[in-house]
Design a protein around this ligand. Structure first.
Ligand code: HEM
Length: 358
């Protein structure tokens, strides 16, 4: 109801205290309130970053990283070594994603970006009293201010160096592309794409992309390990359609069972089980309930995905076949399955790449 009928009212985001000092007063995209600035940044991202050609241009680098990942798994298996699959999957996604966002990630090892991003994700996810009772902010009862300040300084130092690097040597990654817009006016309001905006958008990309992708992959792997029947069926699809070679990205539309496994994973284990909080932009009455402007709305996608009235009585079971002949997709239009959100604030790569493809 909130997203389907009243998305226009609930398309804003509440301000998160922790991000205030990390952003240095600027705004990014995922955690920024609805308005001209957000619209311009979203437009820029959709027209220049999440285009099919841009995403495809990173395919060779994704393949390189994946090949390396598989080789190291094979080696470990031959030596009968125990591996920490969560850590390996985390590294895999991080390498793929950071290459796309900031390019030659090995050059920035000294900044320990992995640790910074982990701390950032933890801070954004933490329940912060000051977000609900701003009065408590001054006392910093949870010690978040100090952590945020330290993290903000470290991130800023790293991003300054990365941006300088990109200014000296033109690159095609997200930061390089955003720099082509540096100091240009984005809209009639006079918003400018300056260094601070680029840093804030990059920080949002870190938070929005890394943990979400690696956790989804981890859930999918663990569901397959716990359901050998599904694993065997998936293997036989791969053998009959792909054979012995490695799966390429353009094979994906042919792999119907894999697609069902992905949908089933995201139904049972949505990595953003409450989406990213929304905030109402005006007073509204829904189903007789008065909701005042600036109310925070949390959508329980986890509960929707496990609602027996929607998914029948085997709702808790990992059963990809439920999607046979089903037209329930992940695009955000089928409200029984919205792990990427919906409407104006739907996850960006999901929406843009789909729209550009069709
Ligand atoms: C499995 C992977 C992912 C999942 C499950 C996921 C999920 C989500 C969700 C639930 C939202 C909030 C939607 C809403 O409020 O309605 C969101 C927003 C967003 N996501 Fe993703 N996401 C994923 C991957 C990514 C990646 C790889 C990127 C970028 C490289 C990304 C960038 C964004 C951005 C920029 C937003 C904010 C959109 C806005 O507020 O206007 N996401 N995502």
């Amino acid at each position: 109801m909130f997203l389907k009928t009243h998305d226009d009212v609930f398309a804003s985001r509440p301000k998160l205290q922790v991000l205030k000092s990390i952003y240095n007063g600027k705004k990014g995209i995922a955690f920024t309130g609805y308005g001209q600035y957000w619209r311009s940044v979203r437009k820029l991202c959709s027209q220049q970053l999440f285009t099919v050609s841009k995403i495809e241009s990173f395919a060779p680098s994704r393949k390189d990283v994946l090949t390396h990942f598989i080789e190291s798994l094979k080696k470990a298996a031959t030596r009968k070594e125990v591996v920490n699959i969560s850590k390996m999957v985390g590294n895999l996604i991080e390498k793929m994603t950071l290459k796309m966002i900031l390019g030659p990630v090995e050059r920035y090892e000294e900044f320990k970006l992995q640790e910074l991003i982990e701390e950032l994700t933890n801070l954004v996810g933490v329940f912060n009293l000051a977000d609900f009772v701003p009065f408590f902010g001054a006392f910093d009862l949870q010690g978040l201010k100090a952590r945020t300040r330290t993290l903000g300084e470290k991130l800023d130092k790293a991003l300054e160096m990365i941006i300088n690097d990109h200014q000296q040597q033109k690159q095609d990654d997200f930061i390089g592309t955003m720099l082509t817009e540096l100091n240009k006016q984005m809209n009639p309001n006079g918003d400018i794409m300056d260094r601070y905006s680029i840093k804030a958008i990059t920080i949002d990309m870190f938070v929005a992309s890394l943990d979400t992708s690696s956790t989804t992959l981890e859930w999918a792997l663990s569901a397959l390990i716990r359901h050998p029947r599904v694993m065997l069926k998936l293997e036989s699809e791969l053998e009959s359609i792909i054979g012995k070679r490695m799966v390429e990205e353009n094979d994906l539309p042919k792999l119907e069972y894999l697609d069902m496994v992905v949908r089933e994973t995201l139904r049972l284990y949505p990595v953003a089980p409450m989406l990213i909080p929304r905030e109402s932009m005006k007073d509204i009455i829904i189903d007789g309930c008065y909701i005042s402007k600036k109310s925070r709305v949390i959508v329980n996608v986890f509960a929707i995905g496990r609602d027996p009235n929607v998914w029948s009585n085997n709702v808790e079971e990992f059963f990809p076949e439920r999607f046979i002949n089903s037209n329930i997709e992940l695009h955000g239009h089928d409200f029984e399955l919205i792990p990427f959100g919906s409407g104006r604030r739907v996850c960006m790569p999901r929406e843009e790449v789909r729209v550009n493809h069709s």
